[in-house]
Design a protein around this ligand. Structure first.
Ligand SMILES: [Zn+2]
Length: 245
C-alpha cells in the first residue's frame, strides 16, 4: 500500500451526527491505529475523547498525533483487541450516549461563558469537562454576591430560550476581524490555520472551537452549579453538573 499523504479527515468537525463510518488504516503503532478519516473525537480543547468500537474492538483512547513520517497530523485510536493491518478498511461506531453527554456538557460551558461575559464582562481563563460535569475558571476578584444562584438562573434561561447552535467555517481574516471572536483570543490560533471553525450560540456566545455541540441550547438539559471555589487572586472556579431534561 502506498503511504497515505495528508492529515486525518475529522468528520465530527462538519457532522456531529455521524456516529458510524468507514475508514482506512493508514498507521499502526502497537495497539493503536491511525485512520484516513474518523468520527471519533480525540482528546483536546478541554473535551475528552469518544469511545465506541473499531473493527469490532473497544476504542479505549483517541488522540491526535504525528503521522508515521512526522509530516502530518493523524488521529490515533487505541483499541482493546486484534490490530487490523495497514490498508484495511474498518468500520467505526461511536458510543452515542457518552458523545451526546459530552456535546451537552460542552455547549453548557459555552452558555456559561456567554452569560458571565454578558453580565459581568469577565473572561474565562480555562476549563475542563467530563460527561455531564465541568469546571471553568474565571477572572473574578471577588465573586459577586449571590453568584452561584444568579449564574444558574441565567444559564437555565438561555437553555429554555432554545437558541440555535451553529457551526461555521470562516476565513482567518474574517474571524480575526470579528469583535466577538477577538474577545476569545482567536488571534492565538497558529497562522498556518487558514480556515477557522466557529461555534455560534446565536445571540449569546461565539468562539473558535473544535468541539462537538448540540444543535440547540434546549438539548443541554438543565445546569446546576455545584460550587464556586476560590483558586487564588483573580481566579475563581465554577463547577457545574448537567441534569436531564
Ligand atoms: Zn469549547
Amino acid at each position: 500500500m502506498a503511504n497515505f499523504e495528508g492529515d486525518t479527515d475529522l468528520v465530527y468537525l462538519r457532522d456531529v451526527d455521524c456516529l458510524q463510518f468507514t475508514g482506512m488504516v493508514i498507521g499502526v503503532d502497537e495497539d493503536s491505529i491511525a485512520l484516513d478519516r474518523t468520527a471519533f473525537y480525540p482528546t483536546g480543547g478541554g473535551q475528552p475523547h469518544d469511545t465506541g468500537t473499531l473493527a469490532g474492538s473497544l476504542v479505549i483512547d483517541v488522540r491526535k498525533g504525528p503521522s508515521t513520517d512526522g509530516k502530518h497530523q493523524w488521529v490515533w485510536h487505541r483499541i482493546d483487541g486484534p490490530v487490523p493491518e495497514l490498508g484495511a478498511s474498518v468500520e467505526g461506531v461511536v458510543d452515542s450516549k457518552r458523545r451526546f453527554e459530552l456535546m451537552r456538557t460542552h455547549t453548557a460551558m459555552h452558555i456559561l461563558c456567554g452569560v458571565i461575559w454578558n453580565e459581568w464582562r469577565v473572561p474565562v481563563t480555562g476549563g475542563n469537562m467530563e460527561p455531564l460535569s465541568a469546571r471553568m475558571d474565571f477572572e473574578f476578584d471577588p465573586v459577586p454576591e449571590g453568584f452561584a444562584a444568579r449564574i444558574e438562573e441565567l444559564v437555565n434561561a438561555e437553555i429554555t430560550a432554545d437558541r440555535p447552535v451553529r457551526v461555521e467555517f470562516l476565513p482567518r481574516d474574517t474571524a480575526l476581524a470579528d469583535a466577538d471572536l477577538i474577545r476569545t483570543k482567536v488571534s492565538l490560533i497558529p497562522e498556518s490555520v487558514s480556515e477557522i471553525r466557529v461555534v455560534d450560540i446565536v445571540g449569546l456566545d461565539k468562539q473558535a472551537d473544535g468541539g462537538t455541540h448540540v444543535h440547540s441550547t434546549k438539548h443541554v438539559g438543565k445546569v446546576r452549579v455545584v460550587k464556586v471555589e476560590n483558586k487564588g487572586k483573580g481566579n475563581k472556579r465554577v463547577r457545574v453538573e448537567i441534569l436531564d431534561f
